[in-house]
Design a protein around this ligand. Structure first.
Ligand code: NAP
Ligand code: SF4
Length: 708
């Protein structure tokens, strides 16, 4: 079969080995690396190897204790090997090699980013994102670190890895040595450029010496720092050439220090936003170069390769979203790919909360041994699902995959529920991809979808009569409705609900107060301040698409990035797009946005701050007056000169049909927002849907996700 992505699927010789395609599963910590036995990690990677990843890079594994990111983080050293880690890793590499895929272990020394008191760094300078002040490595400490990197790589080779990736970017230890901002040493590892790059070069040489010529070494080199006090572009090029001489086979691109206050992977970052800098670096070195960040479709991946920007592409989160990304692309079934929407909600936010990573759009990710959609043997249950939002659709797809006969009823003419509203928020256009995936998958697995059909006992009875069989199970996934407020001011014509605003049923006011500063209040504020409020940003499929060039230029301008390769700048102020006065209000006295996701909340707050949205907490709502909307803050009355109030005051469950069907003696399950409105979000809804489908009709069922 001729693939639509011919370069993506052309093998590439990397020196010690040839990869079957240019599609890398990039390094990402999942929390499975710390489990005993690494069985879940092996199953997780095996699924992606089966799914077409040419090369897999593991999450970061520390070469010694001080290099661990947290006290219990994974380490591969003589000590942990003696405790059985080698055999555990062998389980991982065997699983991947069964499927003609390669796997390399990333060696990550976190340096001053470590979240424990034994952290080390070139100099005793604390990072702005960790509470621990590092110890400056002594000369002996440096030699031991080099030895530990070499030993870790040697052990990785013994465990069956095809190579290692040396993490030298994102502000971790080796990067800290290279950059003047963190290296104030006066010995032979600090000061001049030659001295600062000495440690990474010696690390690479040590690995080469311990592991031989036939062991792949990838170096993750920082191409764009997004902070002050890093290498100049000329120095980066020089550093790359020295790394080549030291034995590096492949360069992976690093974009931004973790402490940089510029988004680099979140959904509001344009697709392939940083590949121009990889292209620029590729021209300067002779080894293959890998492009990274916000590459989430095979089209964009192919366009990066075909336009000569890189030799390989690395995708991390998209492999969580769809383990079969590679196979589907290869077989020209890209429309069946469950696309990563860049939300970070179940992957990075989980990791920061010390939970295992999964994926909002694919809750089976990282839980391959836990959530299993086993085909049902014998009589296939007939299931009616009421509600075509994320919970109902994900249940329907998973249940049909198991063989259940599913009818899905949605009263609106389109599927998606809150996702359909979310995709209208500027910067959340990726959510449309999930809706496309839902549609394609529902058809593929044979769910009978009844759009524009309000479910009732009578409607379902008609289907039963037609098919001459009763439904065995009813799943209520009717979601939520905006919480209606009783206050007099909320009944005023100038007070509107967010749903009507985002659905285009009411026009945005010129000066608006938003009541409620949860996730939806933030979305509405972004919608109102954005120049894009009236048109969505196209999802680009090519790096040469003028729309992408425009998006990228705008993004770079907004966040103070002056251009590909012009690096080391700190982000300047976001340029305000604001033409309207916007207030974002809440009653609690907490900081506004406290409950937002750890990895994206700061971006969303910053976007609004720079658009000069006025945020007020500890607010009491008094009502409409002659000059505007009256509130009280800290006992003082104020009038906000606005012409509209948008109410985003949370949600109420819609589960009216539950009783109806229970009374008719059906087995009824309630999932998603219909079950608990206060905690509704798409992550929970989709997971509940999939878990219910996995457990339904099992003899030993786990009913935790359904409410019968
Ligand atoms: P939410 O996060 O619960 O926020 C509701 C807001 O309304 C709060 O600010 C609350 O603050 C206020 N409120 C509650 N009752 C009120 C009342 N009677 N009168 C006035 N104000 C009231 O709900 P949401 O914003 O609707 O979000 C729903 C779910 O979707 C959440 O789980 C959220 O995480 C998720 N979501 C996430 C994102 C994301 O980007 N991660 C985006 C959208 C939605 P006070 O009580 O202090 O006034
Ligand atoms: Fe992508 Fe969101 Fe899934 Fe993370 S949780 S992999 S960002 S879709």
């Amino acid at each position: 079969m001729q693939s639509r992505y011919p370069i993506l699927f052309t093998p590439l010789n990397l020196g010690p080995l040839t990869v079957k395609n240019r599609l890398i599963m990039g390094s990402m910590h999942t929390g499975l690396e710390e489990e005993r036995g690494l069985r879940s990690l092996a199953a997780y990677f095996e699924e992606r190897a089966k799914g077409g990843a040419g090369l897999i890079i593991t999450g970061g594994i520390a070469p010694n204790f001080s290099g661990r990111g947290t006290p219990f983080a994974a380490e591969l050293s003589l000590l942990t090997a003696a405790l059985g880690k080698l055999q555990d890793h062998r389980r991982v590499t065997d699983a991947v090699h069964r499927h003609d895929s390669k796997i390399v272990m990333q060696i990550l020394h976190t340096g001053r980013y470590a979240y424990h008191p034994l952290s080390v760094a070139p100099s005793r300078i604390q990072s702005p994102i960790t509470p621990f002040k590092p110890r400056a490595l002594s000369g002996f400490g440096i030699q031991k670190t080099i030895f530990d990197f070499g030993t870790s790589a040697w052990l990785a080779k013994k465990a069956g890895y095809d190579g290692v990736e040396v993490m030298g970017s994102e502000g971790y230890l080796l990067h800290q040595f290279v950059a003047p901002r963190t290296n104030r040493r006066t010995d032979s590892y600090g000061g001049s450029f030659e001295n600062r790059i000495r440690l990474p070069l010696e690390v690479v040489r040590a690995i080469r010496k311990r592991c031989g010529e036939d062991f792949l070494i990838i170096y993750r080199i920082s191409l764009l720092d997004l902070v002050d006090g890093a290498l100049t572009w000329e120095e980066t090029v020089q550093f790359g050439r020295e790394l080549e001489k030291a034995g590096v086979h492949v360069f992976n691109s690093g974009i931004g220090w973790h402490e940089a206050r510029v988004p680099t992977i979140a959904t509001m970052v344009p697709r392939a936003a940083f590949t121009e800098v990889t292209e620029k670096f590729k021209k300067e070195v002779s080894r293959p170069v890998v492009a990274v960040n916000r590459i989430n479709t095979p089209e964009i991946a192919e366009s990066i390769l075909s336009s000569g920007q890189a030799d390989l592409v690395s995708l991390a989160r998209p492999w969580l979203a769809d383990p079969y990304f590679g196979v589907k692309a290869f077989e020209n079934r890209a429309d069946e790919i469950n696309t990563c929407i860049g939300c970070n909600q179940a992957c990075l936010d989980h990791i920061f909360a010390q939970k295992k990573a999964s994926c909002l759009v694919n809750p089976e990710a990282g839980r391959e041994l836990e959530i299993v959609l086993k085909p049902i043997s014998g009589e296939k249950p007939r299931v009616a699902v009421v509600g075509g939002g994320p919970a109902g659709v994900s249940f329907s797809i998973a249940a049909a995959k198991r063989g259940m006969r599913v009818h899905l009823f949605e009263k609106r003419p389109v599927l998606g529920g809150l996702f359909d509203l979310a995709r209208r928020i500027p910067g959340k256009e990726e959510f449309s991809e999930t809706l496309r995936y839902f549609q394609v998958e529902l058809e593929k697995v044979g769910v009978q979808v009844h759009l524009g059909t309000e479910a009732s006992f009578e409607v379902l009875s008609q289907v039963e009569q037609k098919e001459n069989a009763r439904f065995d199970e009813i799943v209520i996934a009717t979601g939520i409705r905006p919480r209606k407020l009783d206050a007099d001011w909320a009944q005023d014509v100038r007070s509107v609900y967010y749903e009507d605003l985002l659905a285009g049923k009411v026009k945005p006011g010129d000066r608006v107060a938003i009541v409620g500063a949860g996730g939806i209040g933030f979305d509405v504020a972004k919608y109102l301040v954005s120049h894009q409020a009236t048109r969505s940003i196209p999802l680009v499929v090519s790096v040469r698409d003028p729309a992408l060039l425009e998006q990228r230029a705008r993004f770079f301008q907004e966040w103070g990035i002056t251009g590909a390769g012009e690096r080391g700048e700190s982000a300047s102020e976001l340029k305000s797009e604001r033409t309207k006065a916007i207030y974002l209000l809440q009653r609690k006295s907490d900081r506004i946005g406290k409950g937002l996701g750890k990895t994206t909340g700061w971006i969303r707050r910053k976007e609004l701050e720079h658009a000069r949205v006025q945020m007020k907490s500890g607010v009491k709502y008094l009502g409409w007056g002659t000059d505007g909307f009256q509130i009280e803050v800290s006992g003082k009355a104020q009038t906000l000169s606005v012409d509209q109030v948008v109410i985003c005051a949370g949600q109420e469950s819609v589960r009216d049909l539950e009783k109806v069907f229970q009374e008719k003696k059906y087995r009824v399950h309630v999932i998603g927002g219909a079950s608990v409105a206060s905690e509704v979000d798409a992550k929970k809804a989709i997971e509940e849907g999939v878990r219910l489908a996995a457990h339904l009709n099992n003899r030993v069922g786990n009913r935790e996700s359904g409410h019968e």
